[in-house]
Design a protein around this ligand. Structure first.
Ligand SMILES: [Zn+2]
Length: 190
């Protein structure tokens, strides 16, 4: 029997740096470029109804993991969350001439991340995803929501904020802010 897969959401470090790699395949999604959403959507075995993807890829709220591809080589892979709360898994590959000549794309969307992991990701992709992601990212900044090194603020009490938000607030209300380093390892001095 296969080992059960891990269903907690795991994320790639510095994911923002990898997003540009997806620009190339994403650009071909749409009726003009031959890869309509209808033609690239794939069903999820255990789900009777298709989950909404909206105007994918413009509806992507957050990427969890990206693997860049190349012509006639590795496929492009991405997964993450859409702005309607659904999750997606996407793969694309093309021959040496590019997507405008010979290529293929697949898009799975589900309201359940567990179903994406269990019923969309092939074994090889799942192994790569495990290798290249981690399950313990720093918490989000209370103010802007970014995953950054956070600092504990005294005002409002015990709120966690990133460096930028701390500085911004500090500029706004200098004297009302008390700031000390947090156990997350952050250092902040004013
Ligand atoms: Zn922030």
């Amino acid at each position: 029997m296969a080992t059960p897969r891990i269903h907690t959401i795991r994320k790639m470090k510095n994911i923002q740096d990898h997003i540009p790699k997806m620009g190339y395949p994403y650009r071909f999604i749409g009726p003009e470029d031959g890869y309509t959403l209808e033609s690239i959507r794939r069903g999820i075995l255990v789900e009777k109804e298709e989950s909404a993807a909206g105007d994918f890829p413009h509806t992507i709220r957050e990427h969890f993991w990206i693997r860049g591809g190349e012509h006639d080589g590795d496929s492009w892979i991405s997964c993450g969350e859409l702005d309607n709360g659904n999750y997606f898994f996407y793969t694309a590959s093309c021959d040496y001439t590019g997507f405008d000549c010979q290529g293929g794309m697949n898009l799975w969307v589900s309201s359940s991340w567990k179903n994406i992991i269990d019923h969309a990701m092939p074994e090889g992709h799942y192994k790569l995803y495990l290798e290249q992601t981690e399950d313990k990212l720093p918490p989000r900044c209370d103010q802007c929501g970014r995953h950054e090194t956070l600092y504990k603020s005294l005002s409002p009490p015990n709120s966690l904020m990133c460096n930028l938000c701390m500085r911004y607030n500090h500029v706004l209300k200098d004297e009302q802010w008390g700031i000390r380093p947090d156990e997350t390892g952050g250092r902040f001095s004013v």
